[in-house]
Design a protein around this ligand. Structure first.
Ligand code: DGL
Length: 263
C-alpha cells in the first residue's frame, strides 16, 4: 500500500456517491474503489452490532483490494462503528457525521432541523456532538423513515417521496427552523425535492465537502496523497442488481463502470 493505491469508500448503497463525487472533484489524481452495499440497505434500522459486522465486511474487502485509506461514507456506519474500525485496523479511516456544528453556529431563529436515520440519531457519538454544540438552541430531530429505500429504488421524484418528505419536514417548519442538516449521505439526492417544501428560507447543509477536505488532509499527513498526473481509475461495486446506481451516476453526470459483486 502506497500513495498510488486507491481510496476505498463504502456506504449502505448509493448514498455515499454524494461523498465520492466531492472526493473525486477535490482530489483529481486519486483512484477510487466504491462499495455500494445495497443488498443490506438500509443500515439505519439495524442494531449497532449488525452495523459493525457490515462495516467489517466492507473494510476487509477494500483492504483486500489494496486501499490506502477508507472513507465510511455513511453517517449511520460512522456513528455506530468508526470507533471499532479505528481500534481494529491500521489503515486511516475518515467518517461522516451530521453537520450540526455549522448549523448551530449560524442559525438566526435558534432552531435547526436534523434529518437522519434512526441508527444515527440514537447513537452515542451523535448525542455527544449534538450536546457539545447546541446549548440554547432548539434541535428538531427527525428520523427520515422510508427515504433510503425509495432512493435505493430510484423513486426520488415520486409522489410517495413528496408525501414522506412533507410528513418529516412540516413539524420542523412549524418550529421555524432556518437550517436543515442532512444527516444521511443518501439525502443530498433529495435536495430539489426538499426545497419544494422548505422554499428559500431554510439553508440546507450536508457534510460532503467537509469529508473530502478531511480525506485530503489525512492523506497529506500520512504522505499518501497521489501527486502523479495519470489516467485515474474509478471502480464501483454493487451487490444488488436492482439498485438505482446507474440513475444516480446519471444525476451526477459521471460515466463510471459499475460491476456486480456478491459481497
Ligand atoms: N447513507 C447512510 C447514512 O448516511 C445510511 C442509510 C441507511 O442505510 O439507512 O446514514
Amino acid at each position: 500500500m502506497n500513495s498510488s493505491s486507491p481510496i476505498g469508500i463504502f456506504d449502505s448503497g448509493v448514498g455515499g456517491l454524494s461523498i465520492w463525487k466531492e472526493i473525486v472533484s477535490l482530489l483529481p489524481n486519486e483512484d477510487t474503489i466504491y462499495l455500494a452495499d445495497s443488498k443490506n440497505a438500509p443500515y439505519g434500522e439495524k442494531s449497532k452490532q449488525e452495523i459493525i459486522e457490515l462495516c467489517i465486511k466492507n473494510t476487509e474487502l477494500l483492504l483486500k483490494k489494496g486501499c490506502k485509506i477508507i472513507v465510511v461514507a455513511c453517517n449511520t456506519a460512522t456513528t455506530n462503528a468508526i470507533g471499532y474500525l479505528r481500534t481494529n485496523y491500521d489503515v486511516p479511516f475518515i467518517g461522516i457525521e451530521p453537520a450540526i456544528k455549522p448549523a448551530a453556529l449560524q442559525t438566526k431563529t435558534g432552531a435547526v432541523g436534523i434529518l437522519a436515520t434512526k441508527g444515527t440519531l440514537s447513537s452515542e457519538l451523535f448525542h455527544e456532538t449534538s450536546k457539545k454544540f447546541t446549548e440554547g438552541i432548539t434541535v428538531i430531530e427527525q428520523i427520515g423513515e422510508g427515504l433510503v429505500p425509495l432512493i435505493e429504488k430510484g423513486q426520488i421524484e415520486s409522489e410517495e417521496m413528496q408525501k414522506l418528505l412533507q410528513k418529516h419536514l412540516q413539524p420542523m417548519l412549524a418550529k421555524h427552523i432556518d437550517y436543515l442538516v442532512l444527516g444521511c449521505s443518501h439525502y443530498p439526492f433529495l435536495l430539489a425535492e426538499i426545497q419544494k417544501i422548505t422554499g428559500n428560507n431554510v439553508t440546507i447543509i450536508d457534510s460532503g465537502e467537509a469529508v473530502a477536505r478531511q480525506t485530503k488532509a489525512i492523506l497529506e499527513k500520512n504522505n499518501l496523497l497521489n501527486n502523479t498526473k495519470h489516467q485515474t481509475s474509478h471502480t464501483i461495486f454493487t451487490n444488488s442488481k436492482n439498485s438505482s446506481i446507474k440513475k444516480i451516476l446519471e444525476i451526477l453526470e459521471k460515466d463510471v463502470e459499475v460491476q456486480y459483486l456478491d459481497f
